[in-house]
Design a protein around this ligand. Structure first.
Ligand SMILES: Nc1nc2c(c(=O)[nH]1)N[C@H]1C(S)=C(S)[C@@H](COP(=O)(O)O)O[C@H]1N2
Ligand SMILES: [Mo]
Length: 257
């Protein structure tokens, strides 16, 4: 994950927003009504919020309130806020577990999206085939646990449409993702079927550039940044939890916001 040497000024609102979104209901509603401040967050977590490391620790503590309760708290009808294009963050930040010089180079002509697991149609998809699926777009906020957030516009196919098209078992528990850069993550089926979960091929109206995940990124405004895989090479449906790159190192699996 991107580690700035030192954050001189914390983006207070982004940190508070990220924390709020880590909280399960009804605590979240309560703190939203009362107004959660940075001070309140340090009280809640017992961490002094002075730099990016303490913010990360605090968010992880808050997220630990979660895992047992949050799956059933998840309301598939709840929508994340959307924004006008004029509010897009320019330039949009790049983030990965490595630097920009290691961004994977994917050859679009050779590329195939592999499908496996509890799915009827396991044929591998070319990009041309994927681009023919019905396309939509959204302007939403991406929130990283590091304490930054940014608004961007992604375009692609609604993921539930894609899952239905491949005959996925929609009663299965998880959808897992493997990426070209050895990153991996997984999500619960309710989130996979959320109306704002998109399999995206474009950013700001243009083909998704390498730094943002060419050829595709799963974009979920209801999940924290690390749950949004870039450079996806394989998608599989499963009843056992596939975990994830950061999740397996202690980040909250649900990663909701
Ligand atoms: N394949 C892959 N996907 C990834 C990551 C990564 O390192 N590799 N980093 C995650 C994290 S922590 C964030 S914040 C976002 C950053 O996306 P961006 O570069 O478009 O801002 O990608 C997520 N998806
Ligand atoms: Mo992130």
């Amino acid at each position: 994950m991107f580690k700035p040497k030192r954050i001189q000024t914390l983006d207070t609102q982004a940190v508070v927003d990220a924390a709020l979104k880590e909280l399960p209901m009804p605590s979240r509603r309560l703190f939203m009504q009362r107004g959660l401040t940075l001070g309140g967050l340090s009280l809640l977590s017992g961490c002094t919020l002075s730099d990016e490391h303490s913010v990360e620790r605090a968010l992880m503590k808050v997220s630990q309130f979660n895992d047992q309760v949050q799956a059933w708290l998840f309301d598939p009808k709840l929508m994340a806020p959307t924004y006008p294009e004029s509010m897009m963050t320019r330039p949009f930040p790049f983030n990965a577990f490595y630097g920009m010089e290691e961004i994977p180079e994917v050859d679009g002509d050779d590329y195939r999206l592999e499908i496996s697991g509890l799915v009827a149609d396991k044929h591998a998809w070319t990009l041309a085939e994927l681009y023919q699926l019905p396309q939509t777009s959204q302007v939403t906020r991406h929130i990283c646990v590091e304490g930054w957030s940014a608004i961007g516009k992604w375009g692609g196919v609604t993921f539930s449409t894609f899952l239905k098209r491949i005959g996925a078992d929609l009663s299965a528990k998880y959808v897992g993702f493997k990426c070209e850069d050895d990153y991996y993550t997984s999500i619960d089926m309710a989130t996979a079927l959320h109306a704002q979960t998109l399999l995206t091929f474009s950013y700001d109206g243009k083909t998704l550039p390498p730094e943002y995940g060419y050829p595709m990124k799963l974009r979920m405004p209801t999940k924290l940044g690390y749950k949004n895989p870039k450079h996806i090479s394989a998608i599989f449906v499963s009843n056992s939890n596939p975990g994830g790159y950061w999740e397996d190192q202690g980040y909250n699996w649900f990663g909701g916001c």
